[in-house]
Design a protein around this ligand. Structure first.
Ligand code: AGP
Length: 671
């Protein structure tokens, strides 16, 4: 939910930390902060006691003399507080890192941020409102220890009470601040050994965390640790670095290191890193060489990552499909799955657990798997699954879908399923993410880094992969023949070109967006896989444009939601409720036409997603977004694209922050 970055080495840390935070901003953008060891600490009197200010030391109201007295330099900023007017008169919220960078620059004359060892944080608020006081890094009472934290400390209230009783003073409402005071307490008891203090402190913490800690008393040293939260480390010629995500590190090194839960790493300015297990004994971590491009994290000429990632979808689908079908044997290949024919034969139930967009991919999966493989499939929101008593046995196969691989509810659902003896297959986009360590089997989406908080390309990759897996299960159960699979696979190979065709013809989508951008609510209707396409389309619209939207199976409309259609719309176009109808070629197309007529005759404005050449729809709908013909089971992959673009254009017209919608985070690592 938050992002942390830490660097120690031979160059000035500030630029490396700010660059890292820019790459981690997608993880949370409520506030950001950095702490640096002062170079002078090494020569001066490191044990001079000092009291840290309780607000940002970069606050313009704070006198420079106070700043110089702080043993560590700390700058924090709350995000999205300043409105900027552009040259063309448009306005936007000033980005959090932009504000932090300006705050750092403002200190150049009074107390320049210099130093080669520091930590940074980008926050998605859980405990305590987004504010500068609650922004990380948090410090102990002396101001000599600073901590950045991603995760949640579940026993923080008790610890805070105990530490307060011992005389510690707290400056924030966060759960994280207890860690700084706990380490201070442990340091006092062990003669000031930071590593040992972190180890013994961590032993007292319940919950999940990735931590980076510096102390004014250990120049050039950073201690990091993690439990159930991502943390990746690396060393290079210029020093050593750690962060929540590869994206903040690969500019410096592509040889990435991962440590296990509650293990510690001590980063030194020489680039050396020491590793310790929870008992304090030396230990050897695991490594991984990352081949991805740093360009993945950049916009590549698009105004926002959301649009860039929509345009990456043809490539993503090509990659998901590639090499899954063996032309010689005419069979689908899922070599990652270690299950034998006998194992697969006894599977009597399949659960799909996921959240949000990934859940919608699961709903499409249910249609396809039940249709082809005839295995009963239950799709469940992970946050519900984990708190009930689902019927999971060793004969249950569980698919856990998570783009980030970090979603807490999905991880807990995976753990529950594993405890019950099920084989768990994780479908994720993030190499080395937590879910890959929890599941029995991992299918990677290989959609590359998705920066936009609202998912697009990872969703299409999930749907394509689960389509292939549904056919694979049917193949293994002899319910689809080689030629049947070859035919569908052949059509799947046309999907990238079809998506490119949609992306090259967007004028009707823009016109429809203009017509409904000022609506207060929108309905989405579809049937079969068209209904699930609508669930995702409505979520995209809500997420990025803040226009309220609901999706229903077409047949459900007359059971209630039709009351939302204002009859004034029959005479006044501005009173029309937009109804987005997915009505592609399918077994239920005619039923959908009846549903559209019902809505139209009551004053709705119809925006139809239909198959090219369907003239009947053009007679009924106000706007038609045509997509190339494809078989029904593959239609979610193409029909989703105009819905993504519709949401994108409406959001742009409404002036929202498309890549970072309010209140959302890319990885939801809290319940
Ligand atoms: C997608 O647009 C959303 N931001 C959100 O619903 C997301 O899909 C959900 O939080 C699940 O994330 P995951 O796939 O990383 O587990």
């Amino acid at each position: 939910m938050c992002g942390i970055v830490a660097y120690t080495g031979t160059t000035e840390a500030i630029e490396i930390l700010l660059a890292g935070l820019r790459r981690l901003e997608y993880r949370g953008y409520d506030s950001a902060g950095i702490a640096l060891q002062r170079p002078a600490d090494r020569a001066d009197t490191p044990n001079t006691p000092s009291t840290p200010s309780t607000s940002s030391v970069a606050d313009t109201a704070t006198p420079a003399s106070t700043l110089a007295a702080e043993p560590l330099q700390v700058v924090r900023r709350k995000g999205l507080t300043e409105l900027v007017t552009e040259a063309d008169g448009s306005t936007r919220n000033k980005g959090m890192i932009e504000q932090l960078t300006e705050a750092v620059a403002a200190l150049a004359d009074t107390d320049p941020l210099r130093g080669t060892c520091g930590i940074g944080h980008t926050r998605w608020a859980t405990h305590g409102i987004p504010s500068e006081d609650n922004a990380h890094p948090h410090r102990d009472c002396s101001g000599r220890i600073a901590v950045v934290h991603n995760g949640i400390i579940e026993n923080y209230a008790k610890l805070r009470q105990q530490l307060t009783a011992k005389g510690h003073h707290f400056a924030s409402q966060t759960d994280s601040e207890v860690i700084a005071h706990l380490i201070e307490e442990q340091c006092a008891g062990n003669g000031g050994n930071l590593r040992e203090a972190v180890r013994t402190s961590v032993a007292q913490l319940s919950g999940n965390f990735a931590l980076a800690i510096i102390s004014a008393d250990e120049p050039g040293t950073i201690v990091v640790t993690r439990n159930d939260m991502p943390l990746v480390l690396g060393s290079f010629e210029g020093g050593a670095i750690a962060a929540s995500d590869n994206a903040a590190i690969i500019e410096y090194t592509r040889d990435l290191i991962f440590i296990d839960d509650r293990c510690l790493a001590v980063l030194h300015e020489t680039g050396a890193i020491e590793y310790y297990d929870p008992a304090g004994e030396p230990y050897i971590p695991s490594g991984y060489h990352f081949d991805g491009s740093i360009e993945d994290a950049q916009k590549g000429g698009y105004p926002d990552f959301f649009l860039k990632e929509i345009h990456e979808q043809p490539r993503v689908i090509r990659d998901v499909i590639a090499n899954r079908f063996d032309l010689k044997t005419k069979t689908l290949v899922f070599d990652e799955l270690p299950l034998t024919d006998a194992d697969l034969a006894v599977i009597d139930r399949l659960y799909i657990v996921a959240c949000g967009t990934s859940y919608h991919a699961g709903l499409i999966g249910k249609y396809l798997i039940e249709n082809w493989a005839r295995i009963p499939v239950e799709v469940e929101v992970a946050s519900e699954f984990r708190y009930r008593n689902p019927i999971v046995t060793p004969n249950t196969l569980v698919l856990a879908i998570s783009q980030s691989g970090e979603t807490t509810d999905t991880l807990e659902a995976v753990r529950l399923a594993r405890r019950a003896g099920a084989h768990v297959v994780a479908i994720t986009n993030r190499v080395g993410s937590l879910i890959t360590q929890e599941a029995n089997t991992v299918f990677y989406l290989h959609a590359q880094l998705e920066v936009s908080v609202a998912a697009t390309k990872s969703f299409l990759a999930q749907v394509a992969l689960i389509t292939l897996f549904g056919m694979f299960l049917a193949q293994e159960r002899s319910l689809l023949t080689g030629p049947q699979i070859a035919e569908i696979y052949g059509e799947m190979k046309q999907l990238p070109d079809q998506i490119e065709h949609i992306l090259a013809n967007t004028s009707a989508i823009k016109t429809a967006a203009t017509a409904c951008k000022d609506a207060t609510t929108a309905l989405f209707i579809g049937r079969g896989v068209g209904a699930t396409t609508c669930y995702e389309g409505a979520l995209k619209l809500k997420e990025i444009s803040y226009l309220h939207a609901e999706a229903y199976a077409g047949g459900e409309i007359k059971h209630g939601p039709i009351a939302l259609i204002d009859p004034l719309g029959l005479n006044d176009p501005s009173a029309q409720t937009p109804v987005v109808a997915v009505v592609t070629q399918s077994t239920t197309r005619d039923k959908m036409i009846s549903n559209i007529e019902e809505m139209k005759s009551r004053g709705a404005q119809i925006i139809a997603v239909a198959t090219e050449g369907d003239r009947r729809i053009a007679e009924l709908a106000d706007f038609v977004l045509y997509i190339p013909p494809t078989r029904e089971c593959l239609s979610p992959i193409t029909a989703s694209v105009p819905l993504q673009l519709l949401a994108r254009y409406i959001a742009e017209m409404r002036g929202t922050n498309i890549d970072q919608p309010r209140n959302l985070a890319k990885s939801v690592t809290v319940e």
